[in-house]
Design a protein around this ligand. Structure first.
Ligand SMILES: [Zn+2]
Length: 253
């Protein structure tokens, strides 16, 4: 992985220093640096195993069992993952007041674990560290669900209404969460700097947010391992590892 050049770090630091209400947008690339697999990447889980469609999950008990088996199989990756230098630098920018909102496509809770307050993290693909009832929305923790699954071979129904329980993620075929998308758009409209970290910006509607920011006059910075289709319109596009770059940029202003 190439390290960002010193002048790129300097330009990023200058843009951050000028920003008054920045938004950070994160994708899988920031979490792979914490050992979370990127499901969509070549060789990722979803290229070897078809993702489970939401409609199938709702209609088939066997599909639900399979979904929970897969989830528990990944528990070690999620449970052992810790925020890395990139997450911590983002948290420092939030604590300073430079960044007002962190919009994330990640489902791993690492922004909250790094100290960003819950109400400043906008999870547009949900969160896999806990579950919710699809009918009444009651939150459930994964530990008791797993214990029930191991004892009975099935996940429990919602204790409140008897509904289907699912990780609090947005699955393929499931509608985007309206409230979070509205919050993400508002934060984007209000920002003066939109900083993309580790997203290849191919999944819409989220990939429309950087362009929305740019259209209303914000600066756009993209840091990603691979080139993205929006690098051309960005004020600064850096290819490389996120953690060391952002840590150095934040430390220098
Ligand atoms: Zn319920």
């Amino acid at each position: 992985m190439k390290a960002a050049a010193a002048d790129e770090t300097k330009r990023l630091a200058a843009l951050l220093a000028e920003a008054r209400r920045a938004v950070v947008f994160t994708g899988a690339g920031i979490s792979t640096e914490s050992g979370i697999p990127d499901f969509r990447s070549p060789g990722g889980i979803w290229t070897r195993m078809a993702p489970i469609d939401f409609r199938d999950f709702v209609t088939s008990a066997e599909v639900r069992r399979e979904a929970w088996r897969r989830r528990f199989a990944m528990e070690e990756s999620f449970a052992l993952a810790r925020p890395n230098a990139g997450h911590l630098a983002v948290a420092a920018l939030v604590a300073r007041g430079t960044v007002h909102a962190v919009i994330t496509q990640n489902i791993d809770n690492l922004h909250q674990d790094s100290g960003v307050p819950d109400d400043q993290v906008i999870e547009i693909h949900g969160n896999t560290r806990y579950a919710r009832c699809l009918d009444c929305g009651t939150r459930m923790e994964l530990g008791p669900i797993r214990a029930h699954f191991e004892r009975h071979g099935d996940p429990p129904d919602c204790a409140v209404c008897g509904g289907i329980v699912k990780t609090a993620t947005i699955s393929f075929g499931q509608a985007m969460p309206e409230r979070e998308m509205a919050r993400a758009e508002q934060a984007t409209l209000d920002c003066d700097l939109f900083l993309v970290l580790g997203s290849s910006l191919v999944v819409y509607p989220a990939a429309g947010l950087p362009l929305l920011a740019k259209r209303q006059g914000a600066r756009l910075v993209i840091v990603n391992r691979e080139p993205t289709e929006q690098d051309d319109v960005a004020d600064l596009a850096i290819r490389g590892e996120i953690g060391p770059l952002l840590e150095a940029a934040v430390a220098s202003f």
